[in-house]
Write a protein that binds this ligand. Structure first.
Ligand SMILES: Cc1cc2nc3c(=O)[nH]c(=O)nc-3n(C[C@H](O)[C@H](O)[C@H](O)COP(=O)(O)OP(=O)(O)OC[C@H]3O[C@@H](n4cnc5c(N)ncnc54)[C@H](O)[C@@H]3O)c2cc1C
Length: 467
């Protein structure tokens, strides 16, 4: 049978594309090698955030006396923590299955490989089956990058997949890589009592973030007891689980860190191998598949979305690209608009950002007005006992339009949506400042920061105008 649209890969890019195509009337086939939900649901966004919630609740319990509460003989059961994480994943997986079923999408399990521009072979345990489709959406995602210096078969050296399957909290962990994934895991492990060190070759943690966020987060990590070695080269890892010796080199010389485990969190790369791209005319490299703004590859009728394109490597970007690809596969003329893609890092407190950092805007020769408002001056944050953090707004000094928003603080991943809407719609700081925000709420931090762009912060004793 020929399908209107075949989607290869059932992650947040692929399953969303499948549903959108079905909503538009297509007969859709979705092929998945492992489990629906992809990396995001099974080994990424959801399990990490579920563990982080347990870690936060544990910290709340330990510090409940700050709220006038008493708890004695408290402890945690890590197996139960992991069990809850698995239950959350299963529940969401069942939800996706239900959605696909209700949209009459046929789901086939097996490893798909293109055999030309409209034929797909799927390897299953009992042999190979072939499917034909008028349009194909490729959404097979990415895989973890290996670091050449570390033998990943060394007992005790683990990746994020293995970390999410740990049975107990290690006493110590060296996290290699201070990007979002490394910092999130460091924060979860530390909250559960693991002694964590982070080794990063670049001069700072989270190098793509605004300098003010990096500085605050660096301070907070140190305060929490996490050791950060930035500008530090990893030169050797030897030993075995329980006693690995990690040799690092930086300006201060050479040092050996002894640790139970090493977590390699060095980024991901698009999964372009083994999916039969060579049987098509699709242009691709190790950095991903080339697509145009319609998410179409260099072969008409074949689209690529999500991590496979190597662009944003974020679940919400994959889903947005999936919608665009599906609409175009069904004869539409949708284009991807990347003006305001938010990024979030789920530490405690969270980090969230959208648009340009102040440093990027200045390096582009822009005239910039920026403003910072601290959570320490927000009633709701004080009542919650969560005052670490800030909202920084970066505005175009000429037009006043918001060009960047950078938040560290409680619920930053929700608050950032004001920045997304502002940038996407060309709003100015005044547009945000003049919206009445509810009181007491964390969103008042965004309003106050927006006022600050023009020097009018109410709840700040001394005006903090920056440039
Ligand atoms: C630890 C970790 C935490 C993360 N946290 C976040 C977060 O908080 N927020 C966020 O936005 N992003 C996060 N990410 C990134 C996010 O998971 C990815 O950007 C997202 O999953 C990409 O979606 P995708 O649909 O492109 O690919 P994937 O989710 O990788 O899905 C691809 C699917 O294709 C299947 N597949 C592969 N090859 C084949 C084949 N040949 N045939 C059939 N099926 C195939 C795979 O089994 C998989 O199910 C995190 C990643 C990691 C590793």
């Amino acid at each position: 049978m020929e399908y209107d649209v075949a989607v290869i890969g059932g992650g947040p890019g692929g399953y969303v594309a499948a549903i959108r195509a079905a909503q538009l009337g297509a007969k859709v086939l979705l092929i998945e090698k492992e489990k629906l939900g992809g990396v995001c649901l099974n080994r990424g966004c959801i399990p990490t955030k579920t563990l982080l919630k347990s870690a936060e609740k544990w910290q709340d319990l330990k510090h409940c006396a700050d709220f006038g509460l008493k708890a004695e003989n408290i402890s945690f059961d890590f197996a139960a923590v992991m069990d809850r994480k698995n239950q959350v994943v299963s529940r969401l997986q069942a939800g996706i299955m239900q959605l696909l079923k209700s949209n009459d999408i046929e789901v086939v399990y097996g490893e798909a490989k293109l055999a030309g521009n409209s034929l797909i072979n799927v390897l299953q345990p009992d042999g190979e089956v072939s499917f034909e489709a008028k349009k194909i959406i490729l959404a097979v995602g990415s895989k973890a990058m290996q670091l050449p210096i570390i033998r990943n078969d060394l007992p005790g050296v683990i990746d994020s997949d293995q970390l999410l399957a740990l049975e107990k909290v290690p006493q110590s962990m060296v996290v290699v890589g201070a990007g979002a994934v490394g910092i999130e895991f460091a924060s979860i492990l530390q909250a559960f009592g693991c002694e964590v060190s982070i080794v990063e070759m670049l001069p700072t943690i989270l190098p793509t973030l605004d300098a003010d966020l990096i500085k605050r987060m660096g301070l907070l990590l140190r305060k929490s007891g996490i050791k950060t070695y930035v500008g530090t080269k990893l030169s050797n890892v030897r030993g075995a689980a329980g006693r690995l010796e990690v040799t690092v080199e930086n300006g201060a010389g050479t040092q050996v860190i002894v640790t139970d485990n090493v977590l390699v969190a060095g980024g991901r790369r698009p999964l372009v191998d083994g999916i039969g791209l060579e049987t098509t005319g699709i242009e691709y490299s190790r950095k991903g598949i080339a697509v145009n703004a319609s998410m179409e590859t260099t072969v008409k009728g074949i689209y690529a979305i999500g991590d496979l394109t190597g662009s944003y490597m974020l679940a919400h970007a994959a889903s947005a690209e999936g919608m665009v690809a599906a609409e175009n596969a069904m004869g539409g003329d949708a284009v991807m608009d990347y003006r305001a893609v938010p990024g979030c890092i789920f530490t405690s407190p969270e980090l969230a950002f959208v648009g340009l950092t102040e440093q990027e805007a200045l390096s582009q020769g822009m005239e910039v007005k920026s403003s910072i408002f601290n959570f320490a001056a927000n009633c709701k944050a004080i009542s919650m006992g969560e005052t670490d953090g800030l909202v920084k707004i970066v505005a175009d000094g000429v037009s006043g339009k918001i060009i960047g928003m950078h938040i560290m603080g409680p619920h930053a991943s929700d608050l950032i949506m004001e920045g997304v809407i502002a940038i996407q719609n060309g709003l100015t700081a005044k547009d945000i400042a003049h919206c009445i925000h509810p009181h007491p709420s964390l969103s008042e931090t965004v309003m106050e920061s927006a006022h600050g762009v023009y020097g009018d912060i109410i709840h700040q004793a001394k005006l903090k105008m920056r440039k």
